[in-house]
Design a protein around this ligand. Structure first.
Ligand SMILES: O=C(O)CCC(=O)C(=O)O
Ligand SMILES: [Fe+2]
Length: 369
């Protein structure tokens, strides 16, 4: 594949934009500034971007061998349960300039994809025991938190804000109205929810005091994915569910809060596509990958502690949520939300194999313990 080189940069639009700066930060700024279909825009600017939907480039990447498992019977029932296509149809590739960074093209069926989206958008936000950014955003009282049931409350916003349809005014932009009111709805302000060991954004330390049982289904799904990549001992113990809208970004960072960093980090994306940047050194231009609905990015080996970030979420008019069997208001809201949004399930193992709990905070010797 064409490498991003000084020569290609000289001759491209990119050269003008980054002005010789080939750092992670410059790449972030560049991808953030792209408009429209980012895959097309990157190609026009002569910048490499890995996209499982672009066969010409994808086929040139080195395949990662997948293990099909010892027990096909068990495998088949799990496939059905997790909404996955047969493992023989999965395709995983290693990112050339990011050893250990693996992209698995969506292994989900469309029904499976829908069911994980519903869990992320209906089930977790409705759980009163799960922390979210809205805990800070609003002064919840015990009562208001339990009475404000996110989507029902959001749906009132949507229907309240919509005027009665006037019979003669044809030109009224109903879609814009709906989006405007959706933007005022509580669910729109949701940025993250944590599962299992709850990530502490200030101290960056996990603790036994801030923990809820990790959802069994997410653990089983991630164990199944990890085993196919040869990680037989993986155990999902913490997750951040990230919620993005078009043009949301996630700044470059490393995920170092987990005491055990030998296990892979499994990142599953749903909804609108995003550009994901990853690289070992902030001084270098990172690898750029498009993560589309259902794609799984796995950070293993040296890439586990790499810098990464999301400079761009963009709309793919071709992507659509599998419609529900019956048209419901809930389905209309989900569809409206997802036309502008992306969800990322970022799953980590916290404890070394064999360890069952974290030491008390005052008994730790270092940040990683
Ligand atoms: O949204 C993504 O693809 C990445 C999210 C991430 O890096 C994180 O939650 O730490
Ligand atoms: Fe991260």
């Amino acid at each position: 594949m064409a490498e991003f080189t000084a020569a290609s940069a000289e001759s491209s639009l990119l050269a003008k934009m980054i002005n010789g700066d080939k750092t992670f930060k410059a790449a972030f700024k560049f991808f953030k500034s792209l408009k429209g279909d980012v895959a097309v825009a990157s190609q026009k600017a002569n910048v490499d971007i890995i996209d499982a939907a672009d066969c010409a480039l994808w086929d040139q990447l080195k395949s990662v061998e997948l293990s099909h498992g010892d027990n096909p019977e068990e495998g088949n029932s799990l496939l059905e349960e997790f909404g996955l296509v047969p493992v023989e149809e999965w395709e995983a590739k290693e990112i050339p300039s990011c050893p250990g960074g693996i992209i698995l093209r969506s292994p989900f069926t469309r029904r499976g994809e829908r069911s994980w989206i519903e869990k992320s958008l209906w089930d977790y936000p409705g759980r009163e025991d799960l922390p979210s950014n809205l805990d800070r955003h609003w002064e919840w009282t015990e009562q208001s938190r339990s009475s404000l049931k996110w989507w029902p409350a959001s749906s009132t916003f949507v229907s309240d804000a919509l005027p009665e349809r006037p019979k003669k005014r044809r030109k009224h932009d109903w879609k814009a109205d709906k989006n405007k009111s959706l933007a005022a709805a509580p669910i729109w302000k949701l940025r993250w929810i944590t599962l299992g060991y709850h990530h502490d954004w200030d101290s960056k330390l996990y603790s036994e005091d801030k923990k809820t049982p990790f959802p069994d289904d997410v653990n089983c799904l991630c164990r199944f994915l990890a085993r196919r990549l040869g990680y037989r001992e993986f155990s999902a113990e913490a997750a951040i569910v990230n919620y993005y809208h078009l043009d949301s970004t996630l700044s470059p960072h490393q995920d170092v809060s987990e005491p055990y960093q030998e296990a892979p980090l499994i990142s599953i994306s749903f909804g609108q596509p995003a550009v994901f940047l990853i690289g070992a050194d902030k001084a270098d231009w990172p690898s750029a990958v498009i993560l589309r609905s259902g794609d799984v990015f796995v950070m293993t080996g040296p890439s586990r502690l790499a810098f990464h970030g999301v400079p761009k979420v963009f709309a793919d008019p071709k992507w659509q949520l599998l419609p529900a069997r019956e048209k419901t208001e809930r389905d209309a809201l989900l569809t409206a939300y997802l036309a502008h949004s992306r969800i990322n399930l970022n799953v980590r193992q916290v404890l070394p194999p064999g360890q069952t709990c974290l030491p008390r905070l005052d008994q730790r010797t270092g940040p990683g313990d």
